[in-house]
Design a protein around this ligand. Structure first.
Ligand SMILES: [Zn+2]
Length: 420
């Protein structure tokens, strides 16, 4: 394998490839923590593999890119994660005035979100370190961890917010995960830390106030970028939009493009766009204030709860800043419009969180940031089935009918305003 060290994103300090989940101790301050990331021997990767070799490799998904992952693929168990389509928005693109709008449809993953990519690698890394437990901060992350824990022989414990979607909770329980509800969000911090210290549990979510997280499992999600480039015949989108909570997914995708650029597989880098809910917006506020001190915000309720956090991680700030990108917030009504636009125009039923990317693309085109001819890739991070509690409030279901034609015609007119 080609991983060689952990490296601080802020001060460059180097650390051995050991369990390290609380960021860089060297540059830590009361109000700041930097992430550490896995560093690879890119020269050796270049010697070992080429674009042609990768393209001809008959493995679909995350483990196809094994040279860029921090764990022996022999330790990984696949459920078919990754290898998702990059779909052109043939109908919605022209409606929004964008000729090359496309979506990376991550709802096709085994548990219906792109968290499967990191959970697959996380479970393998946990086995490498001899952990018997995976712990997750709840929601889709926990559902994905529970699925991979089930096939990897790992116990999974999830720490859930009280308002977590019931579908994600039931999914986690069904895979055998143990769900623990928290009285408040911050209660996860001490519980997860003690699990890591006392049980040698492997965390697939961050448990520090300034999100630092597991540097290994997130490497799985950078394969989103690898696939996008391969699917564009090794061209690079002008802009990549990622719904952003703590920012691990955003940074992972950015890292993927950087990896390909460093190895010479691509000759340009995209601008990374972070889209947040207006009910939070830590990164948007940080960038607006022109400060590299990450802003903590008081959150409000939103339908996009899977990207609602009080504080984004430093690495997300770096992804946007280093790529020359931008962060923005979108409102709940814009997100809902995007959910239904995507479903009715493209046949893709996205989660509310995911649809925020489409709402962002629309706003950025209207403001002139995105040109009509730009290639824009929106990462649809997960499917809408887990949001049924939100979606069902927007439809009234029709009364049942018998076999009478006239009753049927009347119903279509009165309920759907459809004249037959
Ligand atoms: Zn540091």
């Amino acid at each position: 394998m080609y991983e060689q060290m952990l490296k601080c994103l802020h001060c460059g300090a180097q650390y051995p490839l050991e369990r390290m989940f609380e960021g860089c101790p060297r540059c830590k301050k009361d109000s700041f923590q930097s992430n550490v990331v896995v560093d690879y021997d890119y020269e050796k990767i270049k010697e070992a593999v080429t674009r042609d070799v990768l393209q001809k490799r008959h493995v679909l998904g995350v483990w196809k890119w094994q040279e860029f992952l921090p764990v022996d693929p022999a330790l990984g168990i696949t459920l078919g994660e990754g290898g998702t389509p990059l779909l052109p928005c043939r109908n919605l693109g022209p409606v929004l005035g964008m000729s090359h709008l496309c979506i990376k449809d991550e709802s096709r993953n085994p548990t219906h979100t792109f968290k499967d990519r990191s959970a697959a690698v996380g479970a393998a890394v946990a086995r490498k370190f001899g952990s018997r437990h995976l712990i997750a901060g709840g929601g889709n992350t926990a559902a994905a961890a529970a699925a991979y824990g089930a096939v990897s022989g790992l116990q999974v414990i999830s720490f859930e917010n009280l308002d977590e979607s019931k579908q994600a909770i039931l999914q986690t329980l069904s895979y055998g995960g143990k769900v623990v509800y928290l009285k408040k969000y911050e209660d996860r911090y001490p519980l997860m830390k003690t699990c890591v210290d006392a049980l040698a549990a492997h965390p697939v979510s961050s448990y520090t106030r300034s999100p630092t997280g597991d540097p290994y499992s997130e490497e799985g999600r950078k394969t989103v970028a690898f696939e996008i480039c391969e699917q564009l015949s090794w061209n690079v989108p002008d802009t990549v939009i990622v719904p952003t909570g703590m920012g691990f997914g955003l940074f992972a995708v950015w890292r993927g493009f950087q990896d390909l650029f460093t190895t010479g597989f691509i000759d340009a880098l995209p601008q990374m766009v972070a889209v947040e809910s207006s009910a939070g917006g830590s990164l948007t506020k940080t960038l607006t204030s022109r400060s590299d001190s990450i802003q903590r915000v008081v959150t409000a309720p939103t339908i996009a709860k899977h990207i609602l956090v009080p504080q984004v991680g430093y690495q997300a700030y770096r992804a946007v800043r280093d790529s020359g990108g931008v962060a923005l917030t979108v409102e709940d009504d814009e997100i809902l419009d995007a959910v239904f636009s995507l479903a009715t125009h493209e046949g893709v039923y996205a989660s509310t969180t995911s649809a925020a990317a489409i709402a962002a693309a629309k706003n950025l085109h209207e403001s002139g940031y995105i040109d009509a001819e730009d290639t824009v890739a929106c990462v649809i991070t997960g499917g809408g089935l887990k949001d049924s509690d939100i979606i069902e409030t927007h439809f009234s279901l029709p009364d049942p009918v018998g076999g009478d034609w006239n009753t049927f015609v009347t119903l279509m007119k009165t309920h759907y305003n459809m004249v037959l």
